[in-house]
Design a protein around this ligand. Structure first.
Ligand SMILES: CCC(=O)SCCNC(=O)CCNC(=O)[C@H](O)C(C)(C)COP(=O)(O)OP(=O)(O)OC[C@H]1O[C@@H](n2cnc3c(N)ncnc32)[C@H](O)[C@@H]1OP(=O)(O)O
Ligand SMILES: O=CC(=O)O
Length: 606
């Protein structure tokens, strides 16, 4: 035998086997990739379809953006014959009852829907549309036992009263009636943190958390929000309570079905229950809006020439004004011109988020009512129903907010005027602090806005921040303006502190001497050092100076980047405090450094 030939033949054989294996693996990867792509396509399709269905029927699931995870988790099985139980028909809802029932009937065409509802009269109206109609309280174990007749369920959705007792008892009482592999969803878990929901020591949120801790496995946790993570949990050690044992043994996967709008959630918690949360969550949940507000440029709404300039400015925010920049006899002209812009200009429609905003007149005045009526309306709705979503302003500035009552008026008026436009979810808002009484009432105003929005209007209105109306404030307290603004120090500091406590933006005062760019620069830098997010400007020439001052310098960015790296290094070696560039560094410095990096990230995106 010729040895080299055998050797060559053997090598060729090995080579061919490798080639074949490679090819097979390649085929398999392609196959898997295809499955994954198909799955993703299916999921995206389901999410889009469900979004349309929720919107069409007007359920608040649309405002909460729940189509995102319902589409993802239920979408793939939507054509199967499922047994679905939903708690709550929405009988007390502003939008009327039965909206989610109708949505499920459309989205899950082959499924049977059962309902548990507390309000008998309301429930009976839907008898013919449900497979089983159970009437009674979701926190009454005797009522819950009756539901065994309809069981086992593939999907149970708790969209009932949302109180702590209701959510926990239903979870414990109904979980045994869930099919193996079924899905149990609790909506609006955030409600556990509100005052009204406080009817039990333990919330469903606590139960789920406890289970997560018991599982001690991060894969049980579905993380709907970036940066929102459980802290290390292996230090916890406690016995399983008897009624959690069943859940512990049977739960396979936990997903926090908190509203997708976590920002509203956290704000609605405010400070009162924050401890519960911070034991769970990373302290730097990103709550500030996804766009910066360094320069907010006022443009009088009646001034066509100035309006024609708004697309040329690189200001982060343009405030189309109906208030002080517009004379009384030009108010209606301003409204009409602003409305016309939103109706007709494609550029405003393409750039709607945060950039083009409207300042109306003060709440509770007939001027404000007319502003809302004219501007928050859709003239072209009939023309093309699918494109109406872009036609309403997404952000509104409300001056002279002095007390909580005005906030009630504002929300009610906006809601009444716009409720037919289902698109208007998450209208961002800036309130103005421009009087002594407004400064005193700040906490009350913020808390009212957050809780009213979360609990009554389902996150439809989103308090984004406050603007300091310095000139009106000075007039109100009888102060005289000085170059270094010393007379405003207390008000500015208080406003920034309150805003930051509630994770809101704080917009600093106007520099009216618009030709003095040196003076402007100094005041901008002073505001940025105090913690303001941005500043009001009145002239296009002020924009760059202002935006530069509110953009962290290269030196600051390098400092922050280095500090974050050094912090991580020292944490690993067990040092809480350490020296960095000659300064003592601990957690607060880290958070400041991260704030700088967050601003930069946002500025880069625009
Ligand atoms: C104090 C508390 C508050 O409430 S502040 C908010 C209420 N006040 C306002 O909205 C005022 C906004 N600003 C203005 O109306 C103007 O800037 C004032 C101060 C009147 C000065 O205008 P004007 O005399 O035209 O200035 P200018 O000749 O230097 O203007 C140069 C070009 O820029 C334009 N311009 C000016 N301001 C704006 C603006 N705010 N938005 C858009 N464009 C603006 C001017 O029209 C002028 O354009 P052009 O070069 O002539 O084509
Ligand atoms: O509205 C603004 C002010 O400075 O006053």
């Amino acid at each position: 035998m010729n040895k080299p030939k055998i050797f060559f033949g053997f090598n060729l054989f090995i080579f061919l086997v490798c080639l074949f294996t490679l090819y097979k693996n390649y085929e398999k990867s392609l196959y898997l990739l295809n499955i994954e792509l198909n799955r993703q396509e299916q999921t995206n399709k389901s999410v889009e379809e469900l979004k349309k269905i929720f919107k069409k029927h007007g359920t608040d699931k649309y405002f909460h953006k729940y189509y995102n995870f319902y589409g993802k988790f239920i979408g793939p099985i939507r054509n199967e014959e499922l047994e679905v139980l939903e708690i709550g028909l929405g009988c007390g809802m502003i939008y009327g009852p039965g909206k989610s029932l109708l949505s499920w009937k459309e989205f899950l065409p082959n499924s049977k829907i059962s309902i548990l509802e507390y309000d008998r009269n309301c429930a009976l109206k839907f008898k013919n549309q449900t497979k089983n109609l159970f009437i009674g309280s979701q926190s009454d174990f005797n009522v819950l036992k009756e539901l065994e007749i309809g069981s086992p369920f593939d999907i149970i959705i708790d969209d009932g009263g949302h109180s702590r007792l209701q959510q926990t008892r239903s979870l414990i009482g109904l979980f045994p009636y869930l099919k193996k592999g079924g899905i149990y969803i609790i909506e609006d878990l955030y409600y556990s943190f509100t005052q009204e929901a406080n009817d039990s020591n333990r919330s469903a949120f606590d139960v789920l958390t406890k289970l997560l801790i018991l599982f001690n496995n991060p894969s049980f946790y579905y993380d709907p929000v970036p940066n929102f993570k459980l802290n290390k949990i292996d230090t916890f050690n406690f016995d399983i309570e008897p009624d959690l044992k069943y859940l512990y043994e049977n739960v396979e996967f936990i997903m926090f079905s908190i509203r997708s709008n976590l920002k509203t959630l956290i704000k609605s918690i405010g400070k009162q229950k924050y401890l519960t949360f911070s034991s769970l969550s990373n302290p730097e949940i990103n709550l500030t809006a996804s766009y910066p507000s360094r320069a907010c440029l006022y443009v009088p709404g009646n001034d066509s020439k100035k309006l024609s300039k708004i697309f040329a400015t690189n200001a982060d925010c343009v405030v189309l004004d109906c208030e002080d920049g517009v004379a009384l006899n030009k108010k209606s002209e301003a409204r009409e011109k602003i409305r016309n812009l939103f109706d007709t200009d494609q550029r405003i429609q393409n750039n709607i988020d945060g950039k083009f905003t409207v300042r109306i007149n003060p709440a509770e005045t007939s001027l404000a009512f007319e502003d809302i009526k004219t501007i928050f309306t859709i003239k072209h709705e009939i023309k093309d129903k699918n494109t109406t979503s872009n036609l309403l302003p997404k952000c509104i500035f409300i001056p002279k907010t002095n007390n909580a009552r005005q906030i009630g008026w504002l929300f009610e008026t906006l809601h009444e005027q716009t409720k037919q436009f289902k698109d208007l979810d998450n209208l961002n808002m800036f309130f103005y602090m421009e009087s002594a009484i407004s400064l005193i009432n700040l906490n009350d105003i913020i808390k009212t806005a957050l809780s009213l929005s979360a609990e009554k209007y389902h996150g439809r209105f989103n308090l984004e921040g406050f603007v300091f109306g310095s000139d009106d404030f000075c007039a109100d307290i009888g102060a005289s303006r000085t170059k270094d603004s010393v007379e405003l120090t207390y008000a500015r500091q208080k406003l920034v502190t309150y805003c930051k406590a509630y994770k809101l933006k704080a917009i600093d005062m106007v520099y009216i001497d618009f030709k003095d760019l040196e003076g402007l620069k100094m005041q901008c830098e002073q505001g940025a050092r105090m913690g303001f997010t941005g500043k009001q400007v009145i002239h296009p020439g002020q924009v760059d100076v202002c935006q530069n001052a509110f953009t962290p310098s290269q030196e600051k960015i390098e400092w922050a980047t280095g500090l974050v790296e050094a912090f991580e290094y020292h944490q690993k070696s067990g040092a809480g405090a350490f020296t960095y560039k000659g300064q003592m560094i601990d957690m607060p410095s880290l958070l400041q450094a991260k704030n700088i990096l967050k601003i930069i990230e946002k500025v880069k995106k625009i």
